[in-house]
Each structure stands twice: as structure tokens, then as C-alpha cells.
Design a protein around this ligand. Structure first.
Ligand code: PLP
Length: 479
């Protein structure tokens, strides 16, 4: 017995049973385990065996096992060791099926990357590459060059003659930090009170501002800010005017906000740069995807914003990254800031970004999964839902197809939703929460929404090849 165990014994526990437990050495000599030992090595198996024995000691101490049940458990101890090992050696990070209908779901990894992006990561990351090497000249190069030419192509038409460049950092929070630190450290940045947002995952403008060394100068009120408020707040300490996309909420009713062109005129008149934290910067016109009223990166630059910050894994549909696009001389200052070195990204990100941007250059928008999902019509989705529903006839599950709405998510277009068809599932024996939990226990886990006592599955965010898995999972639950 392990010291201290006696003290923890529950009333109905039988301490005699501890003696029945085999020692680890004894278990290791068991023939039945030799193939596993050969395959995974003695230390891993011994470790798993110790964990299993510790669990059994706990169960004996808690009185959960009597002599009879202990013997049954010990008969299956090899299986338990194997199962324990399987669990220890399994990945924690694993794929899930997103049936929530939220296309850019931060908890589910935001944008799935394009197949070409994955291929490019694979070829670049599994070997050596010219990440910072000019192959022709045979000398040191810059990692930016791989995407710079593509950004130029994509953003040149929005430049109004000015030269636009783009810099890549780890995420949009880093992009905002780098931009504020470069342009406004020790000085003031003017922001409307209506834009002092918190984005999921604890991104708060006032906190990022403080870390950047810039001083936040709030103007206006939560619901109304006029251009004169900005104008009146400008002093010799002012370094930057900042507009922040409200991302995950809307203010409606008695509201006022200056237009981007008013802000640009003011910035130009007072000789200050204007920056916009777009958050979910799209590189296409979203109206073509059924989303209205969301400015994209090109719109902002065209409207005269000097710098735009946005994420790589939101509406752009690429890898996690933070992008700063804007006037070349301002971006050059960020590149030479030592903070940039601390926030730079690696070859995986450059590879994935390059492939994603190339899809935009080729106008192959369907190659980008998030954009493809946005373009699916309600009928496309309804047909797939029908396919699943018609193959499931069970007294235990009731499946209906109902109208619903998919959400863009990721802080894009808070009010923009796309019409969809949902599979609405109810069970005779399980509550909606229990049913959703059963779906999460599938391999891969299926993540659904629960609303008004029903489990709702939106196939917009499910890859068509995964429909089969949803059907199989529901069939098992229905059996
Ligand atoms: C999402 C978002 C951020 C944070 O971007 P990350 O890439 O998650 O760091 C910042 N600002 C706005 C407006 C956003 O929508």
C-alpha cells in the first residue's frame, strides 16, 4: 500500500484488496503485453501501467471495487493499459466537424486554409527553402518578398497613385500593437468612445494602446461621435487618428459616426496619418457573397485610409496572421521597428499566405474554403440536408429541415447572416444538451448548436465529404 492511502479509505473500502494488485514489473513480464512493449517501448508501457494501477488503488480506496469486481477488472488489465497508452499518445489538437454554421469560429480555429495552402506548407516546411535567400544572387534575402509581389497586385488598384505595401506579423492584435508603437509611442491617438471594443479572446483597444506606449485620447460618446470631436482633440501631442471596426456588435438608434472621408479630410488637413483596424479585412467585394455594408481592405485604402490592419484567418480565409497594408513609407517604419522582429511569422505562415493570395490573384475564390462556404446557397445546403434526413428513419430521433441563418463570425459583419437550411434534431430519450454531447463524443467530434430544445446542424460549415460522418453519427444515436 502507498503511504497515506489508509487515511483516505472510505468506510466500505476493503484494504485487503490492495494486496491483489500486481506490481508493475509483474505486469511487464506478462507475455500478452510483449507485442505492445516491442512496438512502443518499455518505459511508455510501464508508465501507462502505473497510471492504471493508481486508478485501481483509488477505486479500491473509494470503495468502488469489491473482490469480485476487482478480479473482473484485473482480467482486463492488459486492455486497460493499452487503452491508457492510446489515450496518452493521441493528439490533443484534433479535427472537429463544425456544424454550427459559424464560418469563422474562433474556438474552432477560424478559417480552414485552402488545399493549395496546405500543400505549399507541406513542401516548404518539411525541408529547406529560400525563406530568406535570393537563389539567383546566392545571398541573404528578405522573407517578405514572397508575398509582397502578390499584395502589390491585389492592392495596387486601390492605391490612388500612392505606393502601398504590406507587412506580415503574428496576428491582428500584433499588427495593431506594432502600428501604434511605431507611429504613436509617447504621443496621443484619438479614438471614438463608440469604438473602444473588446474582441473575443481579450483584445481590448485601450490595453493594446497602453502596451504600445501610446496614449489613448477618447472622444465623443458611446453612441455619437462627430468629426468636430476629433478636430477639437488634436494637439501637438497627437500622432494618429484611429478608426476601429466594431466587429462583434452594432450600435443602433440615436447614433452618429463620421464617415471615413470626413476623417481622411481632417487627417490630411492636420497632417496626421489615419489608421483603420478593420479586423476581418476581406480582399473581395463581399456584396458578391451576399454580405452588405462591410468595407473591405481595398475600400478603406481607396477611401484614403493610410494604414489598414486586419487578420489573415478571418475573411481573408488564410492562416493566422496580422496584416498591415498602407502607405509604403509608413509601413517601412514598421519594418525597421525592433518590435517587428519579435512579432514576425515563420515559413508556415508565409507559405500558406502565398498560396491563399495566389488564389485571389487567379480569382479562384472557391479554392478558399471560407469564401466557398459563404457562396453556398440555401438550396445547395437544403439538398444535402435532405440527403441525410431521408436516410434516417427512426422512432428515436425526429429530424426536420427548417429555415435558419448562418453567421460569418470572426468579428466580421456582426449583423450579416446568410439564409440556410438546418437539420433540427430531437431525441425521444435524450435532451437536446445530451444529444449535442453525444455528437461531441464522435470521432471526429461534431459541434452543433442547441436552440429551443433542439439540436441544430448547419451544413454550410460542414465539408461535403463530412456529410457521411454526420449521417453515421446520427444513425448510431438513432439505433
Ligand atoms: C479580430 C479582431 C482583432 C484581433 O485580431 P486577431 O487576429 O485575433 O489578433 C482586432 N481588431 C478587430 C477589429 C478585430 O475584429
Amino acid at each position: 500500500m502507498v503511504p497515506g492511502e489508509l487515511a483516505k479509505l472510505k468506510k466500505n473500502a476493503n484494504p485487503e484488496l490492495f494486496r491483489e494488485l500486481p506490481a508493475v514489473d509483474e505486469l511487464m513480464r506478462n507475455r500478452a503485453l510483449s507485442p505492445l512493449i516491442e512496438e512502443q517501448g518499455m518505459p511508455a508501457i510501464a508508465d501507462a501501467a502505473r497510471t492504471v494501477l493508481a486508478r485501481l488503488r483509488g477505486e479500491i480506496a473509494s470503495g468502488l471495487l469489491d473482490a469480485n469486481s476487482l478480479h473482473i477488472v484485473l482480467d482486463g488489465v492488459n486492455g486497460a493499459i493499452e487503452e491508457q497508452l492510446r489515450r496518452e499518445l493521441a493528439y490533443s489538437l484534433q479535427p472537429v466537424i463544425n456544424a454550427t454554421g459559424v464560418i469563422l469560429h474562433t474556438n474552432l480555429g477560424r478559417a480552414p486554409i485552402a488545399e493549395t495552402a496546405f500543400e505549399h506548407i507541406r513542401e516548404i516546411a518539411a525541408g529547406y527553402s529560400n525563406l530568406e535567400f535570393g537563389v539567383e544572387a546566392g545571398e541573404r534575402g528578405k522573407r517578405d518578398v514572397h508575398v509582397a509581389r502578390l499584395w502589390r497586385k491585389l492592392l495596387s488598384e486601390s492605391a490612388n497613385g500612392a505606393e502601398i505595401s504590406t507587412i506580415v506579423v503574428n496576428n491582428n492584435a500584433a499588427a495593431v500593437l506594432l502600428a501604434l508603437n511605431t507611429l504613436a509611442e509617447g504621443g496621443e491617438v484619438i479614438v471614438s468612445r463608440g469604438e473602444l471594443v473588446e474582441i473575443g479572446g481579450s483584445f481590448r483597444i485601450p490595453e493594446v494602446m497602453a502596451k504600445s506606449g501610446a496614449i489613448l485620447r477618447e472622444v465623443g460618446t458611446t453612441n455619437r461621435t462627430r468629426i468636430a470631436d476629433y478636430d477639437n482633440a488634436i494637439t501637438e501631442r497627437t500622432r494618429l487618428l484611429l478608426r476601429v471596426h466594431r466587429s462583434n456588435f452594432e450600435i443602433s438608434g440615436f447614433t452618429e459616426q463620421p464617415s471615413i472621408s470626413e476623417l481622411r479630410d481632417l487627417a490630411q488637413r492636420r497632417g496626421l496619418p489615419l489608421m483603420e483596424d478593420l479586423g476581418s479585412g476581406a480582399l473581395v467585394n463581399l456584396e458578391n457573397f451576399g454580405i452588405r455594408g462591410e468595407t473591405n481592405v481595398l475600400d478603406s485604402l481607396r477611401a484614403g485610409v493610410d494604414l489598414v490592419t486586419y487578420s489573415g484567418d478571418k475573411l481573408l480565409g488564410g492562416p493566422q496572421a496580422g496584416l498591415i497594408s498602407g502607405r509604403a513609407e509608413l509601413v517601412a517604419r514598421m519594418r525597421s521597428n525592433s518590435l517587428f522582429r519579435a512579432l514576425r511569422v515563420g515559413k508556415f505562415t508565409y507559405a500558406a499566405l502565398e498560396a491563399t493570395l495566389l488564389a485571389y490573384v487567379k480569382r479562384d475564390h472557391d479554392a478558399i474554403p471560407a469564401l466557398k462556404m459563404m457562396r453556398l446557397t440555401k438550396d445547395d445546403i437544403g439538398e444535402r440536408a435532405e440527403q441525410i434526413a431521408k436516410l434516417l428513419t427512426s422512432a428515436k430521433l425526429k429530424i426536420e429541415i427548417i429555415d435558419g441563418e448562418s453567421v460569418i463570425g470572426g468579428g466580421a459583419a456582426p449583423s450579416s447572416v446568410l439564409p440556410t437550411c438546418l437539420l433540427a434534431v430531437t431525441s425521444q430519450d435524450l435532451t437536446a444538451d445530451e444529444l449535442a454531447a453525444r455528437l461531441r463524443r464522435c470521432t471526429p467530434p461534431i459541434i452543433a448548436r442547441v436552440e429551443e430544445g433542439r439540436v441544430l446542424l448547419d451544413l454550410r460549415t460542414v465539408f461535403p465529404a463530412q456529410d457521411q460522418k454526420i449521417l453515421a453519427a446520427l444513425s448510431v444515436i438513432a439505433a
